[in-house]
Design a protein around this ligand. Structure first.
Ligand code: 13P
Length: 260
């Protein structure tokens, strides 16, 4: 059975003090939930703090089998003279297990695309990290009805070069760019339609077994109010949450909205 996941991408937000407060509130909620009878069914939770906080957050959740930690980006090389960059090996050794690759903010603000994202994904896998690979169309692309092609091209370039055994370790996140931070969520039907399309693409390119096994998350203005409706769809395996992941009550509501 594929994994159900709620992930929180903090982006470039919070001071260390604020991050510590968020994490300790979340920890209390997760502890209470785990101690209740329904708690045993909690989905995987993955937190993506900024780099400087990784080890601190990792220490808090060190013995939690359902709480994971990830970085928001990694470099495409192993190591070397890349001032200001962070490698997958470093992220792994800081206690993280996941890394976001190809977020639309990296694509649009830092010019990342095609080959670089394929290399980053390779680096992540080589270092034992689970890549959370993002794809999604911009508004004009959806308006031109080009959204399926855009997403297919992003997956083709970023992921479909790899062997099935490697791809099975990747999580895909569909994040329509027009829904990110805008308060405009994709409707549950729009999310399901694209997720089903991605799964069919996986089945056609590889096989149905792989398609059934891979988790596909939705991201883009997902919040405590709309999460349950989005998660109810059969091809939506959870969410990659931005703004609402900074508010412990909201983020926790989203976690509990995802039924195993
Ligand atoms: P928002 O939930 O703030 O729209 O951000 C989504 C996102 O970009 C998660 O990676």
């Amino acid at each position: 059975m594929r994994k159900k996941i709620v992930a929180g991408n903090w982006k470039m937000n919070l001071s260390l003090e604020e991050a510590k407060a968020l994490v300790s509130e979340l920890k209390v909620k997760i502890d209470n939930y785990r101690n209740s009878s329904e708690g045993r069914e909690m989905p995987q939770v993955v937190l993506f703090p900024p780099f400087p906080y990784l080890t601190r957050v990792a220490d808090v959740f060190v013995n939690y089998d359902q709480v994971f930690l990830g970085a928001q980006n990694c470099h495409n090389e192993d190591q070397g003279a890349y001032t200001g960059e962070v490698s997958a090996m470093m992220i792994r050794s800081a206690g993280a297990s996941h890394v976001i690759i190809g977020h639309s903010e990296r694509r649009s603000q830092f010019g990342e695309g095609g080959i670089v994202l394929a290399e980053k994904t390779r680096q992540a896998l080589k270092n034992g990290l689970t890549p959370v690979f993002c794809c999604g169309e911009k508004l004009p692309e959806r308006e031109k009805n080009a959204h399926f092609k855009v997403v297919a091209d992003q997956l083709l370039e970023g992921l479909f070069w790899m062997h099935k055994d490697q791809l099975s370790k990747v999580v895909i996140a569909y994040e329509p760019v027009w829904a990110i931070g805008t308060g405009k969520t994709a409707t549950p039907d729009q999310a399901q339609e694209m997720h089903a399309y991605i799964r069919k693409l996986l089945a056609d390119t590889y096989d149905q077994g792989l398609a059934d096994e891979m988790s596909i998350l939705y991201g883009g203005s997902c919040n405590a109010k709309n999460a349950a409706d989005i998660f109810r769809n059969s091809d939506v395996d959870g969410g990659l949450i931005g703004g609402a992941s900074l508010k412990p009550d909201d983020f926790f509501s989203i976690i509990t909205a995802l039924k195993p």
